[in-house]
Design a protein around this ligand. Sequence first.
Ligand code: BTN
Length: 326
Amino acid sequence: MLKDDLISIFEENKGDFVSGQYLADKLFVTRSAVWKAIKLLRGDGYKIEATTNKGYRLAESNDIISAQSIAPFLSGKAKHFRLDIRKSLPSTNSELKRLAADGEKSGLVLIANEQTAGRGRMGRNFYSPADSGIYISILLRPDITTDKAVLLTSLIAVSIAKAIEQTTGIKIGIKWVNDLYYNDKKVVGILTEGGIDMESGMLEYAVVGIGVNVFTKDFPDELKNIAASILEDKQSEKQRISRSFLAAQILNQIAIDLPKLESKAHISEYKERSILIGKEIYVLKNNLQIPAYALDIDKNASLVVRYEDGKIETLSTNDVSIKKLN
Ligand code: BTN
């Protein structure tokens, strides 16, 4: 499709002019066809500037997520991910689970610019407005038993933390098990869902859903005090880190770390970033808030807590949620 081909060329030359004649010759169409397609792209929201003598260019500040805008930044094994980018979906996790159940192969990455019914853990919503966050789901078919799924979530949490830190220079904390924090506010949520092969107890598939608040503002009242964005108001238009670049860095880091899952090498990096260890917390269990002290995260990414009566418990993710005491 002409529009897609143009996006590829513009993304490859982002910020630089390309002449109408060059585009027409390269894509075997007339200059008028190029112009018509550019008008359509502008209608889709692409910031394409035109200058009489130089031609067209995609503005540096253009931040529309597309396969063409992410692919040039993928490196190493991440190049094998297959990208499926949508403008809007109810939930990328729900859609990818449907595709997984239909037999889709490992490595499909579904990304939406907006989710109208983004989901979090424990039946919560994940606020996912358009043009501001990254909403990614990755389909994996790892050869692991279901009890290792928590390891997968913790590995992904470390990968995302490292990718954000390397890209933006900010320091990310991890709140067991699946939330990433910046300045005491949640900036990333991870929702790992899976299908189980009942006979073998192996994971049939895992859909790892990642929601990153990149430029998100105007959170709903109930989130205002607990959620924030990693780059909100931090950058001028010109130096803005694009969501596509960040998404690619996250995928690159995940591709590097995933093969090391069974070695559990990521646990030490997870612990280094833990914002719970050494803190008074509440363990939320069966609708009760039980005060406890977070002692450690063990080699299986389980949280070890000590209750007020001195009893020590190792918590898995399924049955508890944690609230940090201030
Ligand atoms: C949480 O905060 O409890 C987890 C949030 C996970 C949000 C991501 S956004 C992409 C994917 N699709 C969803 O519906 N949820 C996950």
